[in-house]
Write a protein that binds this ligand. Structure first.
Ligand code: FAD
Ligand code: DLZ
Ligand code: SF4
Length: 518
């Protein structure tokens, strides 16, 4: 009897722990397209195409290499629609002596896997996912007894552990651990980011595009053009282009936003990293090499590496440390429904409409758009965390709960009351105006603070600060903002609060059926 090795949609790595050391004649690999996973939120159409196409390509490569693969397509007869249902059918079919699986990246799926030993007669072995640098235990040990889980401290440990950008005598390359101060350039006229490689759908992808059109036509987002990498080869080409053409300016323009410019100097590699097509550590080593070869400055290279071995690893550790509570936390008691325009893009706020357009067209928006435009709006407007979580999880092709949830709940919505972020990332229109070209052609005026035509971020900012004064005033990093508020005369304060309230009252709530099948 063989060993059954189920491989999940974000485990498309040939060196996966559950594949390493297995022999071809003693193993049956199981890959499953299942209805439950495609619809637990109504994922963007491109996200489903990406996952199914990448899974089908990966399975084809495994078969070509001589592995025995049971690949269950979504519309196969008898598909039970769930991972557990499909493993049950495979156990029936193959009578394995054991199941061996790499742990799931998401809590929901891992819970289901942990029930398998009780459900199936064979042994079930769940292996740690060593595609992440920091194990669950290592993160727990690091977090233990710390009052604040400061990312920067964690990041330095990851630098030391990997030796990336560390000199022979153990010091940070260039003398500093972090060059973020050099990475806050606003956009410049002369900026001309090279285009990101686009990948033409092949026959496998085209078949999946048809399937998605038939089965998920009511999900958010444009189905085509579909240009994401779906194989390791394509993902490598995308990485090559980033290291050859964009990493140099990645750092300085990391936080810059330009209307209609969706990729800027970002790597656009998250979709490939998260489903297993690219190895995060290898990418960091390539970035380090670009620095050593004099092809990119330290601030760009360090910035890129920090996002991956710093933020990405930290976010994953934070998720497992705080689940399942993280999903229901709501320390700011935000209760407002998500506005409908998040799904339709129909708003006069030019910054938001551009970020939502990019999200709809590409299943992607870059970090500062997710954080300081969309996220900042949800924070200031007091949108309830569940609606925001569902939205981010559904609309981005790189979204899996382990990475989406900490970013949404702890980073943008401050639902944990400050375990991750030392203060809420709240900002008025000024910030967006400084870091983008959105405001100059907006219907609203960013310099107008209150009343008709004022940029809604301006009054919303003070409405937020005022309604959370009890919680935020004692925060050293926020407290002084209240001295500015207190210096305003009462009429001015009231004008801010009234303008914000009028704006909030004007919002139309989204129908829940955008995010979930009722
Ligand atoms: P680059 O700007 O080129 O960055 C390089 C890599 O660093 C990314 O590919 C990614 O792997 C990693 N990275 C950067 N920032 C983060 C971060 N905050 N958390 C984890 N990894 C990071 N990223 C996801 O992969 N999936 C998500 O569902 C997701 N949801 C987000 C939700 C919010 C509210 C915010 C503020 C950020 C979210 N991010 C998420 C992080 C970040 O926005 C994306 O990783 C990034 O935009 C992907 O584009 P890129 O590959 O061009 O990234
Ligand atoms: C996101 C997703 C989708 C849309 N569909 C599948 C699927 O049919 N089969 C699969 O194995 N994985 C899918 N995924 C990814 C999973 O929802 C989930 O994120 C991973 O299993 C990690 O927990
Ligand atoms: Fe956004 Fe306000 Fe600028 Fe308009 S004026 S683009 S709403 S920040």
């Amino acid at each position: 009897n063989p060993i059954l090795v189920p491989i999940l949609g974000d485990q498309l790595t040939r060196t996966l722990p559950s594949l390493r050391g297995r022999t071809k004649d003693d193993t049956v690999i199981l890959m499953m397209e299942v209805w439950d996973e495609a619809t637990y939120v109504k994922h963007h159409k491109q996200k489903i195409v990406l996952l199914f196409s990448a899974m089908r390509h990966f399975a084809a490569d495994l078969c070509y290499a001589g592995w025995s693969v049971d690949y269950i397509k979504l519309d196969d007869d008898g598909n039970s629609g769930s991972f557990t249902g499909e493993v049950a059918r495979a156990v029936e079919r193959r009578d394995p002596r054991a199941i061996q699986i790499t742990e799931a990246s998401e809590w929901r799926v891992q819970q289901a896997i942990e029930e398998w030993p009780d459900k199936f007669a064979c042994d079930v072995e769940i292996l740690p996912d060593d595609r992440f640098l920091c194990s669950h235990q290592e993160f727990r040990d690091w977090a233990e007894d710390r009052k604040h889980l400061t990312m920067e401290h964690f990041y330095r440990e990851m630098r030391r552990k990997t030796g990336i950008l560390i000199t022979g005598d153990g010091k940070p390359e260039g003398g500093d651990w972090n060059y973020d101060k050099q990475n806050r350039e606003p956009p410049k006229e002369e900026m001309d980011p090279p285009p990101v490689p686009k990948f033409e759908p092949d026959a496998i992808t085209r078949e999946v595009i048809e399937l998605v059109a038939d089965e998920f036509g009511d999900h958010f987002g444009d189905l085509e053009p579909f240009c994401w990498p779906v194989t390791r080869d394509e993902a490598e080409k995308a990485a090559d282009a980033f290291f050859a053409e964009r990493i140099e300016k990645f750092g300085p323009y990391q936080d810059a936003m330009v209307h209609g410019e969706d990729d800027m100097y970002h790597s656009m590699l998250s979709t490939s990293i998260n489903c297993g097509l690219l190895d995060p550590l290898e990418l960091c080593q390539r970035a380090e090499q670009a620095y050593k070869d004099g092809k990119a400055p330290i601030n760009s290279v360090e910035g890129f590496i920090r996002q991956i071995i710093g933020w990405r690893e930290y976010i994953r550790g934070f998720y497992w440390l705080h689940m399942p509570g993280l999903e229901s936390d709501n320390k700011l008691n935000a209760q407002r429904a998500l506005p409908e325009f998040f799904w339709t893009g129909e708003t006069d706020m030019r910054c938001l409409s551009d970020c939502i357009r990019s999200t709809r067209q590409n299943a992607h928006a870059h970090h500062i758009q997710r954080l300081m435009v969309l996220g900042n709006f949800c924070l200031l407007a007091g949108i309830n965390p569940r609606d925001v979580q569902d939205w981010y999880l559904a609309v981005y092709a790189d979204a899996y709960q382990w990475v989406e949830l900490p970013n949404v709940s702890a980073m943008i919505l401050y639902t944990d009351g400050g375990k991750l972020a030392t203060k809420p990332y709240a900002a008025s229109g000024n910030y967006i105006n400084r870091m983008s070209n959105y405001c100059k052609d907006c219907t609203y005026s960013v310099s107008k603070k209150t009343g008709e035509g004022a940029c809604p971020f301006n009054p919303l900012y003070w409405h937020f600060m005022d309604r959370h004064r009890d919680r935020l005033e004692s925060n050293r990093r926020v407290g002084r903002i209240y001295s500015n508020w207190d210096r305003m005369d009462d009429d001015k304060k009231q004008a801010y609060l009234d303008s914000a309230q009028n704006f909030l009252d004007s919002l139309t709530s989204a129908d829940k059926s955008w995010a979930r099948n009722e």
